[in-house]
Design a protein around this ligand. Structure first.
Ligand code: NAI
Ligand code: MG
Length: 501
């Protein structure tokens, strides 16, 4: 077995690791304090204690990171694709060894429960690099027949330096969906992490930089208006890939359009789940638990936040879902017995509580509040929210139309299948949808008529490396996670004709 590269700071506790990463960005293969020396505090959402200071990259810091990435791209793009793929695969193998460490860091800065969320994320993170490392040779082009003396072909070329802007809900996974295909295709990358969760991403990149050539993968932390905008507007950024809110997505689209560069936008959702009366209700309840991402406090763009349940099984479904939610333990996210952790920030906490209050005020609506808040005094300032199931709120209500990004879902009864499909589609979003039925006619009709980028019948799995993922309508532009998305969004086709007549 080949020996692994030496990764600095191994075997440190999550807090000691934060000390190692504090005030730094990763540029040119090194953790450095950026020239501007500006910083901002990062909190543990479960306690609201400051865990450390992150570097707040300013325009001049963005300029130097992009310049380093631009220079590194000259060599990286000419490395043969299989060698790039091999390096990315080696990153995956090394990241496997750091899953536990990365999971603890994710939990410390996001408040997500270690067992139910962060450990899973750290694993899928490494797997995304493994998937893309293995398909590097698929950067193929086409040939067009002309005559014996001519050859007409297309080849795939990288775009240049990619700016990747990511949010905090699944920071490592979302980083990998952008960085892995961009690098395999021969681009270099400057990532801007989310204000709330800068450290796990920085640490993961530090580990990968023991394998990658310097300057190929660079990480900046900072806010949206200063750091994010400087990255998007930088003249040497040839492509922007973003996951986050619709509002920010639109601004990024606008700023990118000034430079006529391509963008990929993975935005929000208000995903419907339709449950027919012919299903095993217990199985569908388990499906709702997974689809709504209750163990991630509902902080998912695909969260099943509108659950349409056939009226014949409505009461059964409601009681079953409440019972399952009440079994979940909310508490210290690092404790392996905890199922539900804290939400990310005071802003998100307030936003979620406001939506809950808004729903409660609606005449005829009931808020079924589930699970107990943690009693541990060290968590007394933590941003915990009890999961809520609303009944009696119509699909048209604001709570059922806007993305809450919290543990709040609504059960809406239905009788007519055509009408429920119409209601499910009555949303500005179109990211994901799930349909529960054993009736083949309904299943086929549903998958064809639901307006969503990702439709599943009788199951709910998360993003899978290999399967294209991305929304329609206000949920975004472009796809991620597949071979096709890498070719479409991180390369361009060059057409070449030889005439040797
Ligand atoms: P956001 O979209 O404002 O932030 C996401 C990322 O974009 C962060 O890295 C942020 O610094 C950056 N950003 C913000 N403004 C920017 C700008 N002008 N130029 C370039 N980059 C910019 O999302 P935020 O404020 O964290 O959450 C607000 C809402 O967005 C949430 O309540 C939720 O509804 C939605 N959201 C959706 C996510 C998804 O997975 N689709 C992830 C996170 C949030
Ligand atoms: Mg924002």
């Amino acid at each position: 077995m080949s020996s692994s590269p030496i990764v600095p700071g191994s075997n440190l506790t999550p807090l000691a690791l934060v000390k190692h990463l504090e005030n730094k960005v990763l540029v040119g293969g090194q953790l450095i304090i950026p020239a501007s020396k500006k910083t901002f505090p990062v909190h543990n959402p479960a306690t609201m204690e400051v865990i450390g200071q992150a570097a707040h990259a300013q325009k001049e810091d963005v300029d130097s990171a992009v310049e380093v990435a631009r220079k590194a791209q000259r060599e990286w793009r000419h490395m043969d694709a299989s060698s790039r793929g091999r390096l990315i695969t080696q990153c995956a193998e090394l990241l496997d060894q750091y899953q536990d460490e990365l999971a603890r860091l994710i939990t410390l800065e996001t408040g997500k429960a270690l067992r139910t969320e962060s450990q899973v994320e750290a694993k899928v993170f490494a797997n995304t690099f493994r998937f893309y490392g293995g398909i590097a040779l698929e950067m193929k082009g086409e040939t067009i027949p002309f005559s014996d003396s001519m050859l007409s072909i297309t080849i795939r070329e990288p775009l240049g330096v990619v700016g990747a802007i990511i949010p905090w809900n699944v920071p490592l996974l979302l980083m990998s969906l952008k960085v892995a295909p961009a690098l395999v295709a021969g681009n270099t990358v400057v990532v801007k992490s989310a204000e709330e969760a800068p450290f796990a991403v920085l640490r993961a990149a530090e580990i990968m930089n023991t394998i990658l050539p310097p300057g190929v993968l660079n990480i900046l932390s900072g806010d949206g208006p200063i750091t994010g905008e400087a990255l998007v507007k930088h003249p040497s950024i040839s492509k922007v890939t973003f996951t986050g809110s619709v509002e920010t997505g639109k601004l990024i689209y606008k700023n990118s359009s000034e430079k006529l560069i391509p963008v990929t936008l993975e935005l929000g959702g208000k995903s419907p789940m339709i449950v027919c009366e012919d299903v095993d209700v217990e199985k569908a309840i388990k499906g709702a638990m997974a689809s709504m991402r209750f163990t991630r406090q509902g902080q998912s763009c695909t969260a099943a936040s509108r659950i349409f349940v056939h009226e014949l099984i409505f009461d059964h479904f409601l009681e079953g879902l409440k019972a399952k939610l009440n079994e979940l333990k909310m508490g210290d996210p690092m404790d392996p017995t905890t199922d539900i952790g804290a939400v990310i920030s005071p802003e998100q906490h307030l936003k979620i509580l406001n939506y809950i209050e808004m729903g409660k005020k609606e005449p005829g609506a009931t808020a079924h509040i589930c699970s107990d808040l943690p009693k541990d005094s060290k968590l007394s300032k933590g941003l915990f929210v009890q999961p809520v199931i609303f009944t009696g709120l119509p699909n048209s209500h604001q709570v059922n139309q806007e993305e809450i990004f919290g543990p709040v879902t609504a059960l809406i009864p239905w009788r007519d299948f055509d009408q429920v499909i119409e209601q499910a589609n009555d949303s500005t979003y179109g990211l994901a949808a799930t349909l529960w039925t054993n009736n083949l006619t309904r299943a086929l009709k549903g998958v064809h008529q639901l307006e969503a980028g990702f439709v599943q019948v009788n199951q709910n799995i998360v993003v899978q490396p290999g399967l294209s993922y991305g929304g329609v309508k206000s949920s975004g532009l472009g796809k991620e996670a597949s071979l096709e998305s890498m070719l479409e969004h991180f390369t361009h086709k060059k057409t070449i004709i030889f005439n040797m007549d």
